[in-house]
Design a protein around this ligand. Structure first.
Ligand code: ACO
Length: 429
Protein backbone atom coordinates (compact mmCIF):
# COMPACT_ATOMS: atom_id res chain seq x y z
CA UNK A 1 0.00 0.00 0.00
CA UNK A 2 3.02 2.36 0.40
CA UNK A 3 4.25 3.48 -2.99
CA UNK A 4 5.16 6.98 -1.82
CA UNK A 5 7.36 8.22 0.99
CA UNK A 6 8.04 11.36 3.01
CA UNK A 7 11.41 12.52 4.26
CA UNK A 8 11.85 13.88 7.75
CA UNK A 9 15.10 15.64 8.59
CA UNK A 10 16.17 15.91 12.23
CA UNK A 11 19.53 17.53 13.00
CA UNK A 12 20.72 16.83 9.46
CA UNK A 13 19.77 13.13 9.49
CA UNK A 14 17.11 12.09 7.00
CA UNK A 15 14.43 9.51 7.78
CA UNK A 16 12.34 7.97 5.03
CA UNK A 17 8.74 7.43 6.12
CA UNK A 18 6.25 5.37 4.09
CA UNK A 19 3.12 7.23 2.92
CA UNK A 20 -0.05 5.14 2.81
CA UNK A 21 -2.78 5.96 0.32
CA UNK A 22 -6.40 5.41 1.35
CA UNK A 23 -9.27 4.60 -1.05
CA UNK A 24 -10.62 8.11 -0.22
CA UNK A 25 -9.24 10.99 1.80
CA UNK A 26 -5.78 12.37 2.48
CA UNK A 27 -2.60 10.28 2.41
CA UNK A 28 -1.25 9.11 5.76
CA UNK A 29 2.40 9.23 6.83
CA UNK A 30 3.25 5.96 8.56
CA UNK A 31 5.27 6.87 11.66
CA UNK A 32 5.05 3.49 13.39
CA UNK A 33 8.80 2.95 13.21
CA UNK A 34 9.77 6.57 13.86
CA UNK A 35 10.63 6.20 17.54
CA UNK A 36 12.71 3.08 16.89
CA UNK A 37 14.63 4.78 14.09
CA UNK A 38 14.88 8.41 15.20
CA UNK A 39 14.14 8.28 18.94
CA UNK A 40 11.43 10.97 18.72
CA UNK A 41 7.70 11.01 19.28
CA UNK A 42 5.10 13.05 17.42
CA UNK A 43 2.88 15.48 19.32
CA UNK A 44 -0.81 15.73 18.44
CA UNK A 45 -3.16 16.31 21.40
CA UNK A 46 -6.76 15.84 20.30
CA UNK A 47 -5.59 13.68 17.36
CA UNK A 48 -6.18 16.54 14.93
CA UNK A 49 -3.76 15.08 12.36
CA UNK A 50 -3.45 11.48 13.48
CA UNK A 51 -5.13 8.37 12.06
CA UNK A 52 -5.48 5.97 14.98
CA UNK A 53 -6.46 2.91 12.92
CA UNK A 54 -7.46 1.77 9.46
CA UNK A 55 -11.12 1.13 8.81
CA UNK A 56 -13.52 0.23 6.00
CA UNK A 57 -16.76 1.26 7.69
CA UNK A 58 -17.40 5.01 7.42
CA UNK A 59 -15.85 7.83 5.42
CA UNK A 60 -16.26 11.56 6.00
CA UNK A 61 -15.10 14.32 3.67
CA UNK A 62 -15.38 17.31 5.99
CA UNK A 63 -14.71 19.88 3.28
CA UNK A 64 -17.39 18.53 0.96
CA UNK A 65 -19.81 17.74 3.79
CA UNK A 66 -19.99 14.08 2.76
CA UNK A 67 -20.70 11.08 4.98
CA UNK A 68 -20.58 7.55 3.55
CA UNK A 69 -21.35 4.26 5.28
CA UNK A 70 -19.60 1.42 3.41
CA UNK A 71 -19.64 3.82 0.44
CA UNK A 72 -23.36 4.71 0.58
CA UNK A 73 -24.20 8.43 1.14
CA UNK A 74 -26.08 9.17 4.37
CA UNK A 75 -28.82 11.17 2.61
CA UNK A 76 -29.66 8.14 0.42
CA UNK A 77 -29.69 5.86 3.44
CA UNK A 78 -31.87 8.30 5.42
CA UNK A 79 -34.36 8.55 2.56
CA UNK A 80 -34.45 4.99 1.21
CA UNK A 81 -33.24 2.68 3.94
CA UNK A 82 -34.09 2.20 7.61
CA UNK A 83 -32.13 1.76 10.80
CA UNK A 84 -31.86 -2.03 11.06
CA UNK A 85 -30.83 -2.29 7.41
CA UNK A 86 -28.13 0.35 8.07
CA UNK A 87 -27.08 -1.68 11.16
CA UNK A 88 -26.64 -4.74 8.93
CA UNK A 89 -24.65 -2.68 6.42
CA UNK A 90 -22.32 -1.28 9.08
CA UNK A 91 -21.86 -4.63 10.81
CA UNK A 92 -21.38 -6.91 7.80
CA UNK A 93 -20.22 -4.54 5.04
CA UNK A 94 -23.00 -5.01 2.44
CA UNK A 95 -26.68 -4.18 2.12
CA UNK A 96 -28.65 -7.31 3.04
CA UNK A 97 -30.85 -9.35 0.71
CA UNK A 98 -34.50 -9.57 1.82
CA UNK A 99 -33.78 -12.95 3.39
CA UNK A 100 -30.66 -11.74 5.23
CA UNK A 101 -32.54 -8.71 6.53
CA UNK A 102 -35.42 -10.83 7.81
CA UNK A 103 -33.00 -13.15 9.57
CA UNK A 104 -31.11 -10.21 11.12
CA UNK A 105 -34.33 -8.52 12.27
CA UNK A 106 -35.48 -11.78 13.85
CA UNK A 107 -32.18 -12.20 15.67
CA UNK A 108 -32.27 -8.64 17.01
CA UNK A 109 -35.94 -8.88 17.97
CA UNK A 110 -35.39 -12.09 19.93
CA UNK A 111 -32.85 -10.37 22.19
CA UNK A 112 -34.82 -7.26 23.18
CA UNK A 113 -35.64 -8.27 26.76
CA UNK A 114 -33.05 -7.85 29.50
CA UNK A 115 -32.36 -10.33 32.29
CA UNK A 116 -35.19 -9.84 34.80
CA UNK A 117 -32.73 -9.47 37.67
CA UNK A 118 -31.26 -6.42 35.96
CA UNK A 119 -34.44 -4.53 36.88
CA UNK A 120 -32.98 -4.31 40.39
CA UNK A 121 -30.08 -2.30 39.06
CA UNK A 122 -32.41 0.43 37.84
CA UNK A 123 -34.17 0.52 41.20
CA UNK A 124 -30.84 1.12 42.94
CA UNK A 125 -30.45 4.53 41.27
CA UNK A 126 -31.95 7.74 42.62
CA UNK A 127 -35.12 8.71 40.74
CA UNK A 128 -33.53 11.98 39.67
CA UNK A 129 -30.46 10.27 38.16
CA UNK A 130 -29.72 11.41 34.62
CA UNK A 131 -30.71 8.55 32.24
CA UNK A 132 -27.14 8.63 30.84
CA UNK A 133 -25.77 7.92 34.33
CA UNK A 134 -28.13 4.96 34.58
CA UNK A 135 -27.17 3.72 31.11
CA UNK A 136 -23.43 3.81 31.82
CA UNK A 137 -24.02 1.71 34.94
CA UNK A 138 -26.52 -0.76 33.51
CA UNK A 139 -24.63 -1.40 30.25
CA UNK A 140 -21.43 -1.97 32.25
CA UNK A 141 -23.42 -4.38 34.44
CA UNK A 142 -24.37 -6.45 31.38
CA UNK A 143 -20.93 -8.06 31.65
CA UNK A 144 -22.08 -9.50 34.97
CA UNK A 145 -25.17 -11.08 33.34
CA UNK A 146 -24.13 -12.30 29.89
CA UNK A 147 -21.01 -14.34 30.65
CA UNK A 148 -21.62 -16.48 27.60
CA UNK A 149 -20.79 -13.57 25.29
CA UNK A 150 -17.76 -11.95 26.92
CA UNK A 151 -15.00 -14.09 25.38
CA UNK A 152 -13.66 -11.74 22.74
CA UNK A 153 -11.53 -14.47 21.15
CA UNK A 154 -14.61 -16.48 20.17
CA UNK A 155 -16.20 -15.09 16.96
CA UNK A 156 -19.58 -16.60 17.86
CA UNK A 157 -19.58 -14.87 21.27
CA UNK A 158 -18.59 -11.60 19.60
CA UNK A 159 -21.57 -11.96 17.28
CA UNK A 160 -23.98 -12.71 20.14
CA UNK A 161 -22.66 -9.76 22.17
CA UNK A 162 -23.15 -7.47 19.15
CA UNK A 163 -26.75 -8.55 18.64
CA UNK A 164 -27.48 -8.29 22.36
CA UNK A 165 -26.16 -4.74 22.53
CA UNK A 166 -28.13 -3.56 19.48
CA UNK A 167 -31.29 -5.30 20.72
CA UNK A 168 -31.19 -4.35 24.38
CA UNK A 169 -30.02 -0.74 24.21
CA UNK A 170 -33.53 0.66 23.42
CA UNK A 171 -34.95 -1.38 26.30
CA UNK A 172 -32.27 -0.03 28.67
CA UNK A 173 -32.73 3.59 27.50
CA UNK A 174 -36.52 3.35 27.83
CA UNK A 175 -36.25 1.76 31.30
CA UNK A 176 -33.86 4.53 32.42
CA UNK A 177 -36.51 7.03 31.30
CA UNK A 178 -39.45 5.22 32.90
CA UNK A 179 -37.56 4.93 36.16
CA UNK A 180 -36.76 8.66 36.15
CA UNK A 181 -40.46 9.58 35.88
CA UNK A 182 -41.68 6.98 38.35
CA UNK A 183 -43.66 4.90 35.84
CA UNK A 184 -43.60 1.09 35.54
CA UNK A 185 -41.17 -0.45 33.07
CA UNK A 186 -42.77 -1.47 29.77
CA UNK A 187 -41.54 -4.72 28.24
CA UNK A 188 -40.46 -4.75 24.58
CA UNK A 189 -43.01 -5.71 21.92
CA UNK A 190 -41.52 -7.84 19.20
CA UNK A 191 -44.44 -7.26 16.80
CA UNK A 192 -43.37 -3.62 16.48
CA UNK A 193 -40.50 -2.21 14.43
CA UNK A 194 -37.26 -1.33 16.22
CA UNK A 195 -38.16 2.39 16.36
CA UNK A 196 -41.88 1.90 17.14
CA UNK A 197 -40.99 -0.51 19.94
CA UNK A 198 -38.72 2.10 21.52
CA UNK A 199 -41.44 4.77 21.34
CA UNK A 200 -43.91 2.28 22.82
CA UNK A 201 -41.58 1.39 25.71
CA UNK A 202 -41.11 5.10 26.47
CA UNK A 203 -44.67 6.40 26.20
CA UNK A 204 -47.10 3.56 26.91
CA UNK A 205 -48.32 2.54 30.35
CA UNK A 206 -49.69 -0.86 31.35
CA UNK A 207 -53.06 0.69 32.26
CA UNK A 208 -54.20 1.35 28.69
CA UNK A 209 -53.43 0.53 25.07
CA UNK A 210 -51.04 2.87 23.27
CA UNK A 211 -50.88 3.28 19.50
CA UNK A 212 -47.52 4.38 18.10
CA UNK A 213 -48.06 7.12 15.52
CA UNK A 214 -46.34 5.92 12.31
CA UNK A 215 -45.09 9.48 11.69
CA UNK A 216 -43.34 9.43 15.04
CA UNK A 217 -41.94 5.92 14.42
CA UNK A 218 -40.55 6.95 11.02
CA UNK A 219 -38.99 10.14 12.45
CA UNK A 220 -37.49 8.13 15.30
CA UNK A 221 -36.01 5.63 12.85
CA UNK A 222 -34.48 8.48 10.86
CA UNK A 223 -32.88 9.96 13.99
CA UNK A 224 -31.40 6.52 14.78
CA UNK A 225 -30.10 6.20 11.19
CA UNK A 226 -28.50 9.65 11.13
CA UNK A 227 -26.58 8.92 14.34
CA UNK A 228 -25.56 5.33 13.52
CA UNK A 229 -21.82 5.81 12.97
CA UNK A 230 -19.31 8.59 12.47
CA UNK A 231 -15.89 6.94 12.06
CA UNK A 232 -13.25 7.66 14.75
CA UNK A 233 -15.14 10.24 16.87
CA UNK A 234 -14.36 10.59 20.60
CA UNK A 235 -16.75 7.90 21.89
CA UNK A 236 -15.84 5.40 19.15
CA UNK A 237 -12.15 5.98 19.81
CA UNK A 238 -12.92 5.42 23.50
CA UNK A 239 -14.57 2.09 22.69
CA UNK A 240 -11.57 1.07 20.56
CA UNK A 241 -9.08 2.13 23.24
CA UNK A 242 -10.97 0.26 25.98
CA UNK A 243 -11.22 -2.79 23.74
CA UNK A 244 -7.51 -2.68 22.84
CA UNK A 245 -6.71 -4.04 26.31
CA UNK A 246 -8.96 -7.05 25.71
CA UNK A 247 -11.84 -5.71 27.85
CA UNK A 248 -15.24 -7.34 27.36
CA UNK A 249 -17.73 -5.77 24.90
CA UNK A 250 -20.20 -4.51 27.50
CA UNK A 251 -17.46 -2.72 29.45
CA UNK A 252 -16.18 -1.16 26.20
CA UNK A 253 -19.60 0.12 25.14
CA UNK A 254 -20.21 1.50 28.67
CA UNK A 255 -16.95 3.47 28.21
CA UNK A 256 -18.29 4.79 24.88
CA UNK A 257 -21.54 5.91 26.54
CA UNK A 258 -19.56 7.75 29.25
CA UNK A 259 -17.56 9.62 26.62
CA UNK A 260 -20.61 10.44 24.52
CA UNK A 261 -22.29 12.13 27.48
CA UNK A 262 -20.04 15.23 27.40
CA UNK A 263 -21.50 18.47 25.97
CA UNK A 264 -18.71 18.74 23.35
CA UNK A 265 -19.95 15.41 21.91
CA UNK A 266 -23.34 13.68 22.29
CA UNK A 267 -24.42 15.86 25.18
CA UNK A 268 -24.64 18.76 22.72
CA UNK A 269 -28.20 17.84 21.69
CA UNK A 270 -29.51 18.43 25.21
CA UNK A 271 -27.35 21.53 25.61
CA UNK A 272 -28.52 22.86 22.24
CA UNK A 273 -32.23 22.65 22.98
CA UNK A 274 -31.69 24.19 26.41
CA UNK A 275 -29.80 27.03 24.72
CA UNK A 276 -32.58 27.58 22.15
CA UNK A 277 -35.15 27.71 24.95
CA UNK A 278 -32.99 30.13 26.92
CA UNK A 279 -32.72 32.42 23.90
CA UNK A 280 -36.51 32.15 23.72
CA UNK A 281 -37.28 34.81 21.11
CA UNK A 282 -35.51 35.86 17.88
CA UNK A 283 -34.81 39.39 19.20
CA UNK A 284 -32.33 37.94 21.74
CA UNK A 285 -30.24 36.18 19.06
CA UNK A 286 -27.71 39.04 18.57
CA UNK A 287 -26.89 38.92 22.29
CA UNK A 288 -26.07 35.19 22.10
CA UNK A 289 -24.12 35.54 18.86
CA UNK A 290 -22.03 38.25 20.55
CA UNK A 291 -21.42 35.98 23.55
CA UNK A 292 -20.35 33.08 21.31
CA UNK A 293 -17.80 35.38 19.64
CA UNK A 294 -16.47 36.82 22.91
CA UNK A 295 -13.21 35.04 23.84
CA UNK A 296 -13.69 36.07 27.50
CA UNK A 297 -17.02 34.22 27.63
CA UNK A 298 -16.91 30.39 27.70
CA UNK A 299 -20.33 30.25 25.97
CA UNK A 300 -20.39 28.51 22.57
CA UNK A 301 -23.28 28.09 20.17
CA UNK A 302 -24.27 24.52 20.94
CA UNK A 303 -25.01 22.40 17.88
CA UNK A 304 -22.54 24.50 15.90
CA UNK A 305 -19.07 23.51 14.72
CA UNK A 306 -17.42 20.18 14.17
CA UNK A 307 -13.89 18.83 14.25
CA UNK A 308 -14.22 17.24 10.81
CA UNK A 309 -16.98 19.10 8.94
CA UNK A 310 -15.79 22.43 7.61
CA UNK A 311 -18.96 22.61 5.53
CA UNK A 312 -22.57 21.67 6.26
CA UNK A 313 -22.92 18.48 8.30
CA UNK A 314 -24.94 16.37 5.81
CA UNK A 315 -26.90 14.90 8.71
CA UNK A 316 -27.96 18.40 9.81
CA UNK A 317 -29.46 19.04 6.37
CA UNK A 318 -31.64 15.93 6.60
CA UNK A 319 -32.47 16.66 10.24
CA UNK A 320 -33.60 20.21 9.42
CA UNK A 321 -35.89 18.96 6.68
CA UNK A 322 -37.16 16.24 8.99
CA UNK A 323 -37.92 18.79 11.75
CA UNK A 324 -40.09 20.77 9.33
CA UNK A 325 -41.93 17.63 8.16
CA UNK A 326 -42.47 16.13 11.60
CA UNK A 327 -43.77 19.32 13.14
CA UNK A 328 -46.16 19.82 10.23
CA UNK A 329 -47.37 16.22 10.28
CA UNK A 330 -47.88 16.34 14.05
CA UNK A 331 -49.86 19.55 13.57
CA UNK A 332 -47.40 21.66 15.60
CA UNK A 333 -47.49 25.05 13.94
CA UNK A 334 -45.36 28.08 14.68
CA UNK A 335 -43.00 26.24 17.03
CA UNK A 336 -41.06 29.07 18.74
CA UNK A 337 -37.95 26.91 19.35
CA UNK A 338 -37.76 25.91 15.67
CA UNK A 339 -38.14 29.56 14.71
CA UNK A 340 -35.30 30.59 17.05
CA UNK A 341 -33.15 27.75 15.61
CA UNK A 342 -33.77 28.85 12.02
CA UNK A 343 -33.13 32.52 12.77
CA UNK A 344 -30.02 31.68 14.80
CA UNK A 345 -28.65 29.53 11.99
CA UNK A 346 -29.29 32.34 9.46
CA UNK A 347 -27.71 34.95 11.74
CA UNK A 348 -24.61 32.82 12.38
CA UNK A 349 -24.16 31.97 8.72
CA UNK A 350 -24.30 35.68 7.85
CA UNK A 351 -21.59 36.46 10.38
CA UNK A 352 -17.91 36.43 9.40
CA UNK A 353 -16.83 34.93 12.72
CA UNK A 354 -18.70 31.72 11.92
CA UNK A 355 -18.06 31.65 8.16
CA UNK A 356 -14.31 32.35 8.56
CA UNK A 357 -13.98 29.57 11.13
CA UNK A 358 -16.20 27.32 9.01
CA UNK A 359 -18.67 26.74 11.82
CA UNK A 360 -21.90 25.22 10.52
CA UNK A 361 -24.86 23.54 12.28
CA UNK A 362 -24.10 19.95 13.21
CA UNK A 363 -26.50 17.00 13.58
CA UNK A 364 -27.48 18.07 17.08
CA UNK A 365 -28.76 21.48 16.05
CA UNK A 366 -32.16 20.23 14.86
CA UNK A 367 -32.53 16.76 16.42
CA UNK A 368 -33.66 18.14 19.79
CA UNK A 369 -36.57 20.00 18.20
CA UNK A 370 -37.91 16.76 16.71
CA UNK A 371 -37.38 14.83 19.94
CA UNK A 372 -39.14 17.54 21.94
CA UNK A 373 -42.08 17.49 19.52
CA UNK A 374 -42.34 13.73 20.07
CA UNK A 375 -42.61 14.33 23.82
CA UNK A 376 -39.11 13.44 25.03
CA UNK A 377 -37.59 15.51 27.85
CA UNK A 378 -34.13 16.95 27.11
CA UNK A 379 -32.49 14.44 29.48
CA UNK A 380 -33.44 11.67 27.01
CA UNK A 381 -31.76 13.26 23.99
CA UNK A 382 -28.26 11.91 24.70
CA UNK A 383 -29.53 8.41 25.65
CA UNK A 384 -31.27 8.30 22.25
CA UNK A 385 -27.98 9.26 20.60
CA UNK A 386 -26.25 6.50 22.62
CA UNK A 387 -28.70 3.83 21.53
CA UNK A 388 -28.40 4.94 17.89
CA UNK A 389 -24.59 5.00 18.02
CA UNK A 390 -24.36 1.53 19.60
CA UNK A 391 -24.25 -0.05 16.13
CA UNK A 392 -21.30 2.18 15.19
CA UNK A 393 -19.41 1.30 18.36
CA UNK A 394 -20.14 -2.41 17.93
CA UNK A 395 -19.13 -2.45 14.23
CA UNK A 396 -15.87 -0.63 14.94
CA UNK A 397 -15.16 -2.89 17.93
CA UNK A 398 -15.70 -6.00 15.79
CA UNK A 399 -13.53 -4.61 13.02
CA UNK A 400 -10.72 -3.88 15.47
CA UNK A 401 -10.82 -7.38 16.97
CA UNK A 402 -10.79 -9.01 13.54
CA UNK A 403 -7.60 -7.11 12.63
CA UNK A 404 -4.70 -9.52 13.23
CA UNK A 405 -2.33 -6.57 13.79
CA UNK A 406 -4.32 -4.80 16.50
CA UNK A 407 -2.34 -3.69 19.54
CA UNK A 408 -3.08 -2.16 22.90
CA UNK A 409 -3.61 1.60 22.46
CA UNK A 410 -0.92 3.39 24.39
CA UNK A 411 -0.16 7.01 23.45
CA UNK A 412 3.11 8.70 24.36
CA UNK A 413 3.47 12.12 25.99
CA UNK A 414 5.46 15.31 25.93
CA UNK A 415 6.63 15.37 29.55
CA UNK A 416 6.97 18.88 30.99
CA UNK A 417 7.13 18.02 34.71
CA UNK A 418 10.03 17.97 37.16
CA UNK A 419 13.12 15.96 36.39
CA UNK A 420 14.50 13.52 39.00
CA UNK A 421 14.72 15.00 42.51
CA UNK A 422 15.27 13.47 45.95
CA UNK A 423 12.47 12.81 48.39
CA UNK A 424 12.30 15.42 51.19
CA UNK A 425 11.38 14.27 54.69
CA UNK A 426 8.09 15.83 55.87
CA UNK A 427 9.72 17.86 58.64
CA UNK A 428 12.05 19.48 56.11
CA UNK A 429 9.42 20.73 53.65
N1 ACO B 1 -19.42 28.60 19.02
C1 ACO B 1 -18.50 29.59 18.96
N2 ACO B 1 -17.20 29.42 18.59
C2 ACO B 1 -16.82 28.17 18.27
C3 ACO B 1 -17.71 27.08 18.30
C4 ACO B 1 -19.05 27.33 18.69
N3 ACO B 1 -19.95 26.34 18.74
N4 ACO B 1 -17.07 25.95 17.94
C5 ACO B 1 -15.80 26.31 17.69
N5 ACO B 1 -15.65 27.66 17.89
C6 ACO B 1 -14.43 28.43 17.65
C7 ACO B 1 -13.42 28.23 18.79
O1 ACO B 1 -13.57 29.20 19.81
C8 ACO B 1 -12.10 28.34 18.06
O2 ACO B 1 -11.85 29.71 17.86
P1 ACO B 1 -10.30 30.25 17.83
O3 ACO B 1 -9.65 29.57 16.66
O4 ACO B 1 -10.45 31.72 17.67
O5 ACO B 1 -9.70 29.84 19.16
C9 ACO B 1 -12.40 27.74 16.68
O6 ACO B 1 -13.82 27.92 16.48
C10 ACO B 1 -12.04 26.26 16.57
O7 ACO B 1 -12.67 25.57 17.65
P2 ACO B 1 -12.02 24.31 18.37
O8 ACO B 1 -12.68 24.13 19.71
O9 ACO B 1 -10.54 24.41 18.34
O10 ACO B 1 -12.48 23.15 17.37
P3 ACO B 1 -12.57 21.62 17.69
O11 ACO B 1 -12.51 20.93 16.39
O12 ACO B 1 -11.57 21.23 18.74
O13 ACO B 1 -14.03 21.45 18.37
C11 ACO B 1 -16.34 21.12 18.67
C12 ACO B 1 -15.15 20.99 17.72
C13 ACO B 1 -16.01 20.51 20.05
C14 ACO B 1 -17.53 20.36 18.08
C15 ACO B 1 -16.69 22.63 18.84
O14 ACO B 1 -17.05 23.17 17.58
C16 ACO B 1 -17.80 22.86 19.86
O15 ACO B 1 -17.52 22.95 21.06
N6 ACO B 1 -19.11 22.97 19.41
C17 ACO B 1 -20.22 23.11 20.30
C18 ACO B 1 -20.61 21.76 20.89
C19 ACO B 1 -21.27 20.84 19.87
O16 ACO B 1 -22.18 21.22 19.17
N7 ACO B 1 -20.81 19.59 19.86
C20 ACO B 1 -21.37 18.56 19.00
C21 ACO B 1 -20.34 18.03 18.06
S1 ACO B 1 -21.07 16.94 16.90
C22 ACO B 1 -21.40 15.55 17.74
O17 ACO B 1 -20.75 15.10 18.63
C23 ACO B 1 -22.63 14.91 17.34
Amino acid sequence: MADKSATLTIDGTEYELPVLSPTSGPDVIDIRKLYGQAGVFTYDPGFTSTASCDSTITFIDGDKGELLHRGYPIDQLAEKSHYLEVCYLLLYGELPTAEQLEDFETRVTRHTMIHEQMHNFFRGFRRDAHPMATMVGVVGAMSAFYHDSTDINDPWQREVASIRLIAKMPTIAAMAYKYSIGQPFVYPRNDLSYAANFVHMCFSVPAEPYHVDPIVARAMDRIFTLHADHEQNASTSTVRLASSSGANPFACIAAGIACLWGPAHGGANQACLEMLREIGTPDRIPEYIARAKDKEDPFRLMGFGHRVYKNFDPRAKVMKQSADEVLELLGIENNPTLQVAKDLEAAALADEYFTDKKLFPNVDFYSGIILEAMGFPTSMFTPIFALSRTIGWVSQWKEQLADPHHKIGRPRQLYLGDTTRDYIEIENR
